[in-house]
Design a protein around this ligand. Structure first.
Ligand SMILES: O=C(O)CCC(=O)C(=O)O
Ligand SMILES: [Fe+2]
Length: 772
């Protein structure tokens, strides 16, 4: 009989829950615990009483037999009278159930639970509240169990996950504290069984699987009994519902049967998952047969193969196993072993229900979707089978069409977005050039692109000459381009020097210190201008700065067709054949802007070109000249190159910038330090400007700091609303929950070849054993 913790009438659990929530907001932790614990207890009790009463009454007032005496009444007029027998039974059942429930629970209206509260309990929200409350009163073990219980059903709940990680690190918390307080025995046993089975411990595995089967049937009966509850108008206003006696009984009864059929799914679903373990009940017998075989209990092995075959009579491997086990035990003895009776009845009952459900589907259009994978095909009426097949095909076609449409929409949206970002960027660019006398010669529009600019008079003739000289002086001391004199084209000589190298050479007295620091200053000037002109909202950092000259090698110019610098994009790998740019290393993916400052024009060729992604179609040409800067976004909107320098020497300062402080150039910082050291303290003004560009490298240890500060509280109880369970509504939305559980151990245990079940037993037990 059902034991109740409290008195009659049972305190309704929704009321207790509400009280608990109220206490939570008042910070009355003891009251939270009292109310939530009682709510959970009473919900369990309510469930058990209802199931108990229905099962009890079903046994007392079955519909099978008719009333004594009435059954024998001869045919004319018999129908209506016989009906009385049926309805008498209905009335008796109603009376039995309501009396039973009322006795144990109090008036039925007391326990009408709103949909919202039911959802809260399904989401295991009470444990979220309890977790905080237990923590606050220092019941760590209970807090951990509550947190774990909640998290299992809400695996996407980040706060709780953090809390659990935090608990795990706390002194005094044990692994055994991580309990699932809502665990269902049949599932626990099943999982234990799988665990032992996987570890080749077959004897304990059989014990757990047997217990799992037994518990399964207990839970199954309870689940089914609870299906006989209120009629669900399914969103219709019940006032709009009209049906005659038999129609309304049919409607309600079909709902009940649908619900009962779904118990198989409910029992096979783990918390937090939205997909059941496949073929759950049959799987028990698949595991069992092989575990028994390995424990040399052939009778049981045969019983379990036969039981499994009730679900899947044609399965080859299982039939082979049966044959094999029978041969080992002796055919005669094997033939006397029968499959389990309770499973046979389970299947029989389920099939009868499916037939009724399909009948209602066909006749009244009451949808029924069979949750079982073992149902024989002929249970579904042929007409429905055809209809479903057609529907599935239509659905597949529609899905495909929707897919195509979505793709089209996506590309349209993408294009629109691109357009609008381009427009906004175009509007955005064109900020101040900061210095008087600098001219914007061509903006993006004139250059047929976006994020492009040509500026003139950025530096003076004198400055150009000085930098040009610096380049050649430094080059004499041998600073090639990655050690190669002609990296881009065999027809030209290439030389380059970085800011730091120039300053070091200055320090060594090999070049003029003045030109070296001019190089430093000028690069900073260009950086500021680019940052300002493109109206960047975050600081622009140096990524790399190179003073480079390209000199035509006179004897290698004949019939030349290559470029001085082939068309490329600065922050991605351009694959012109595919019109694509791959933003992955070894490309300098963090580069965001580029600028080239030209120093001279006394050479032939060497024009800078912008092209399309095909690397062929030239969209703009920039002729280098002293003081001219071409600045542009470093991304795929700006493929560019340099035409062959066929005579003379072309010198320029090439600058690449990044918006990412983590890629702020280290060499630049060293150069700054060196400059500071070299410059006399009298020249304070210079020092001031130099300092300005010292980067603020973000410290990476901030995360660590946070955790140490939080020692007193689990993060989510501390952060106000984020831990308030009521706010977690979206968390258990099944559509967001990971569906990829097909590789869970129990599925693998049965499906993959390397596991021990069915297959290996049939093939050759000896070799299988020798392996073990
Ligand atoms: O020197 C030029 O004009 C452009 C050079 C260039 O695009 C580069 O080095 O990435
Ligand atoms: Fe470039």
């Amino acid at each position: 009989d059902v034991q109740l913790s409290g008195s009659v009438p049972l305190e309704p659990y929704d009321l207790l829950f509400d009280n608990g929530v109220e206490a939570y907001y008042k910070g009355d932790w003891k009251s939270v615990i009292l109310n939530m614990e009682r709510a959970l207890l009473n919900k369990g009790a309510l469930r058990r009483v209802k199931a108990h009463c229905r099962l009890l009454c079903a046994n007392q007032t079955g519909f099978g037999e008719s009333l004594p005496g009435l059954g024998e009444i001869p045919v004319p007029g018999n129908g209506a009278v016989a009906d009385l027998g049926f309805f008498q039974n209905v009335l008796k059942r109603a009376q039995c159930v309501s009396a039973c429930e009322e006795e144990k629970l109090g008036p039925p209206s007391l326990h009408k639970i709103s949909e919202e509260v039911e959802i809260e309990f399904r989401k295991r929200s009470p444990y979220n509240y309890l977790q905080v409350a237990y923590f606050k009163i220092n019941r760590l073990d209970k807090a951990v169990a509550a947190a774990h219980t909640f998290y299992l059903a809400n695996p996407e709940h980040m706060e709780m996950r953090q809390n659990l990680e935090y608990y795990r690190m706390m002194a005094g918390v044990q692994e055994t504290d991580f309990k699932d307080l809502e665990a269902r025995t049949h599932m626990e046993e099943f999982q234990q069984g799988v665990k032992f089975y996987t570890a080749d411990s077959f004897l304990p595995a059989t014990e757990h699987f047997e217990a799992a089967v037994e518990e399964y049937f207990v839970a199954y009966q309870e689940c089914r009994a609870l299906c006989e509850g209120d009629y669900d108008y399914e969103g219709y206003n019940y006032l709009d519902y009209s049906a005659d006696l038999f129609q309304s009984m049919t409607d309600h009864y079909m709902q009940v049967l649908n619900c009962k059929q779904n118990c198989a799914v409910e029992l096979a679903t783990k918390p937090g998952k939205d997909k059941p373990v496949e073929d759950f009940l049959p799987a028990h017998f698949n595991y069992l047969q092989f575990a028994y075989y390995n424990s040399e209990n052939y009778e049981k092995a045969i019983e379990c193969t036969k039981t499994y075959l009730l679900f899947h009579p044609a399965e080859e491997v299982m039939n082979q196993n049966l044959a094999y086990y029978s041969a080992v035990l002796g055919e005669e003895k094997a033939a006397t072993i029968t499959p389990r009776e309770n499973v046979r009845q389970y299947i029989q009952q389920s099939l009868l229900e499916k037939e009724l459900l399909y009948f209602a589907y066909e006749v009244f259009g009451i949808t029924f979707i069979d949750p079982d994978s073992w149902t024989p095909i002929d249970i579904m009426p042929p007409k429905l089978r055809e209809k479903q097949k057609a529907e599935r095909e239509t659905a597949a076609r529609i899905t495909e069409e929707i897919g195509n449409l979505m793709k089209e929409i996506e590309t349209l949206v993408e294009e629109k977005n691109k357009e609008s970002t381009e427009i906004s960027r175009m509007v955005r660019e064109g900020g101040s050039v900061l210095y008087d006398g600098i001219k914007v010669t061509m903006a993006s529009k004139a250059l047929n692109g976006s994020q492009r600019v040509v500026l003139d008079d950025v530096i003076t003739e004198d400055e150009c000459r000085e930098l040009h000289r610096l380049s050649n002086a430094a080059a004499l001391k041998g600073d090639g381009y990655r050690g190669k004199p002609s990296p881009h084209t065999p027809s030209e000589m290439f030389q380059g020097v970085t800011v730091l190298k120039a300053l070091k050479l200055g320090q060594e007295g090999k070049v003029s210190m003045r030109s070296a620091s001019l190089f430093f200053d000028i690069s900073e000037k260009v950086r500021k201008i680019v940052e300002s002109y493109f109206r960047l909202e975050t600081p622009l950092y140096f990524s790399y700065t190179h003073l480079v000259c390209r000199s035509a090698i006179d004897e290698k110019q004949e019939g030349r067709e290559d470029l001085s610098h082939s068309v490329h994009v600065d922050n991605c790998l351009l694959v012109s054949e595919l019109m694509e740019c791959i933003k992955e290393p070894p490309a300098y993916t963090y580069r965001d802007y580029s600028a080239i400052l030209y120093l001279n024009d006394d050479f032939e060729g060497g024009d800078f070109i912008f092209t399309q992604l095909d690397a062929k179609t030239v969209t703009a040409v920039v002729r280098p000249q002293c003081g001219r800067v071409v600045g542009f976004g470093a991304g795929k909107e700006n493929p560019h190159g340099v035409r062959a320098v066929t005579r003379g020497q072309r010198c320029a300062v090439a600058l690449w910038f990044t918006l990412d402080p983590r890629h702020n150039e280290k060499e630049r910082i060293q150069a700054e330090d060196l400059l500071k050291m070299l410059i006399s303290p009298v020249d304070a003004e210079f020092q001031g400007t130099a300092k300005e560009s010292i980067p603020e490298t973000p410290t990476q240890s901030e995360g660590g700091k946070d955790t140490t500060q939080a020692t007193a509280e689990p993060p989510s109880s501390d952060s106000g609303t984020s831990s308030v369970p009521a706010e977690t509504a979206s968390v258990s939305d099944p559509s967001t929950i990971n569906r990829s559980d097909s590789s869970s151990p129990e599925a693998q245990g049965l499906d993959t070849e390397d596991s021990k079940p069915a297959v290996s037993a049939a093939v050759d037990s000896h070799s299988a054993k020798e392996e073990l």
